[in-house]
Design a protein around this ligand. Structure first.
Ligand code: HEM
Ligand SMILES: *[C@@H]1O[C@H](CO)[C@@H](O)[C@H](O)[C@H]1NC(C)=O
Length: 331
């Protein structure tokens, strides 16, 4: 056969292969990755997570946020768990993570148990992904299968944080752009923001909305004035450092991962500008309203979006390593 005719075909085939292999290594993750190498791995993580949440309900929120902060910075490679080294400050020590990120000891405990039965087998990045799922199930009744096979990274830099993690004063357009850079859609962004229906925030994360909004408005006019007075009682004008109280993200069901978040937005009770903007912007308002009315659909979407987030820029195969302890690299 003359290959003048088959050339277009060869080209198409080559391009598809190239596209498939560069699509992302997420296709290399698979549900049940440890079925043969460590069959009880997911159950062991689930038991540790459950025990931790029974002891302190807020841990569920901490673990879900930790997975998000891991995945948005250098992909889901457990870089968020690495300790700073002399002369090299790690992600962990960024103001976005320290002191607010919580649940490290839960991951460490799960890792220690797993090392004792399956040494050097289960990555810290996978433990984090499993733990976030277990937390979603316990706190929100949201269950989903977690594709695994992530490997742990060796690099964690404090300077990676500002360009990757969105700050709480972003508007809908900025959030859209930030999530798009991670391969996530506007709907994924609105869906995942529902995680702000539980857990806590330090006053410093939103105090500007109460006292220093802009030159003409000391208080953010998009904030319900009654809710603002309540927050001002909890949060004095000067917060930060040693004196930085916390408030619950959701007043009514502070430990429940549910769609109440979206209802709060309709009442102008989003805690952050980045929350309220989802209702106030034309870009996303319809999605917020949908989520207020369709709890089951939102839960399903949340699970799917977590799986998508969990596949961001993952290391697989022979990339990276499997740590022995989640806070230090092997080599
Ligand atoms: C859309 C952009 C986002 C911004 C700007 C943002 C910002 C924040 C901030 C400032 C806090 C409070 C930290 C503190 O002061 O203690 C927080 C808490 C939290 N965030 Fe987000 N976040 C975003 C998206 C997400 C996503 C995608 C998830 C998970 C899927 C998530 C889960 C959480 C949880 C669960 C908490 C409470 C943590 C705890 O109680 O320990 N956030 N977020
Ligand atoms: C302050 O914020 C309000 C509400 O968003 C806006 O209308 C006003 O133009 C802003 N003023 C300045 C000086 O930026």
């Amino acid at each position: 056969m003359s290959c003048l005719k088959c050339l277009p075909l060869v080209l198409v085939a080559t391009i598809s292969i190239l596209m498939l292999s560069s699509a992302s290594s997420s296709s290399l993750l698979k549900v049940g990755f440890y079925t043969y190498t460590c069959p009880h791995a997911e159950k062991i993580v689930a038991d540790v997570v459950e025990e931790a949440i029974v002891a302190n309900a807020g841990i569920a929120a901490g673990l879900i946020r930790m997975h998000f902060h891991d995945c948005f910075v250098r992909g889901c490679d457990a870089s968020v768990l690495l300790d700073s080294l002399p002369g090299a400050r790690a992600e962990k020590d960024s103001p976005a993570n320290n002191p607010s990120l919580r649940g490290f000891e839960v991951i460490d405990e799960a890792k220690a148990k797993l090392e004792s039965i399956c040494p050097s087998t289960i990555s810290c990045a996978d433990i984090l992904a499993f733990a976030a799922r277990d937390a979603s199930l316990i706190a929100g009744g949201i269950n989903y299968a977690v594709p695994s096979g992530r490997r742990d990274g060796r690099i964690s830099l404090i300077d990676d944080i500002p360009q990757n993690l969105p700050p709480p004063n972003f508007n809908a357009d900025q959030l859209k752009e930030n999530f798009a850079r991670k391969g996530l859609t506007l709907d994924d962004m609105v869906t995942l923001s529902g995680a702000h229906s539980f857990g806590v925030s330090h006053c410093s994360s939103f105090a500007d909305r109460l006292y220093r909004f802009n030159a003409t408005h000391p208080q953010d006019p998009s904030l319900d004035p009654l809710f603002a007075s309540f927050l001002k009682q909890r949060c004095p004008r000067t917060v930060g450092g040693a004196s930085d109280p916390t408030v619950t993200m959701d007043l009514i069901t502070p430990n429940r991962l549910d769609n109440a978040y979206y209802v709060n937005l309709e009442h102008r009770r989003g805690l952050f500008g980045s929350d309220q903007t989802l209702y106030d912007s034309e870009l996303t308002r319809r999605m917020v309203v949908e989520n207020t009315m369709r709890a089951r659909v939102w839960r399903k979407k949340f699970g799917k979006a977590m799986v998508k987030m969990g596949a961001i820029e993952v290391l697989t195969g022979r990339q990276g390593e499997i740590r022995r302890k989640c806070n230090i690299v092997v080599n």
